[in-house]
Design a protein around this ligand. Structure first.
Ligand code: SF4
Length: 216
């Protein structure tokens, strides 16, 4: 089986076992975008607490959040860890939206994929995984998100060499193998996270119970 066939087969098997994952949690694209920044290096349950704080204070709005000085923003998002760093990153992102898009989220999300991606990557503290999570899950653009779960699964199944860890190479594997469909990319990434959390753990993969055939 070649790599495109293998990636399609993995998707079919994961979907057959787990069903649709209904990602990303968030009531609005803005909430999804904020969550994508806050989730760096922390569990989602901590992000939920931080977002609940922002909602409770009526701050989950681009203009109000941008007007909040970063030290005060950091206090609100304290539960998600690295709160000073994340407050600065969030403020940088909000500065992009305020400065280049007059705070207009519709204009921001309507920007063509390549241009918006480039602008996101120019924001200090926003790397490829966060940028692509915003593009896919908040803006609905056809871009595949790669994370540690993706790398581990592909590596264990021999679809990438251990040293072939480059984010964009792995992303290209998926995007070359699959139709450019945001709903499909959304579902596939969510399924990889699911199998990564439940079976393909960092130490002690549970291949015997996993929906995928164990690597030979
Ligand atoms: S747990 Fe085993 S079979 Fe499942 S994805 Fe990981 S390596 Fe593959």
């Amino acid at each position: 089986m070649n790599r495109p066939q293998a990636l399609n087969d993995i998707y079919d098997r994961l979907l057959a076992r787990f069903g649709p994952q209904h990602w990303w949690p968030g009531e609005t694209p803005f909430e999804v975008m904020v969550g994508a920044v806050l989730t760096q290096n922390t569990a989602w349950s901590n992000v939920e607490k931080a977002i609940a704080n922002l909602k409770g204070q009526g701050l989950l709005d681009p203009a109000r959040l941008f007007a909040l000085p970063p030290p005060l923003l950091a206090e609100q998002i304290r539960p998600c860890g690295y709160f000073n760093l994340k407050a600065a990153r969030l403020h940088n992102l909000l500065s992009l939206i305020a400065g280049r898009f007059d705070g207009d989220l519709d204009r921001f999300f309507a920007t063509p994929l390549a241009s918006l991606r480039q602008q996101l990557l120019e924001v200090k503290g926003i790397g490829p995984e966060t940028a692509d999570s915003i593009l896919l899950y908040a803006a609905g653009k056809p871009i595949f998100v790669v994370d540690a779960y993706t790398h581990r699964l592909l590596s264990r199944h021999g679809l990438i060499a251990e040293e072939e860890a480059d984010y964009h190479q792995i992303q290209a594997l998926f995007m070359d193998a699959l139709p450019a469909d945001p709903a499909l990319f959304n579902e596939y990434h969510a399924l990889i996270v699911r199998v990564g959390k439940e079976y393909c753990k960092k130490t002690g993969p549970r291949c015997g119970e996993c929906p995928l055939p164990a690597p030979s």
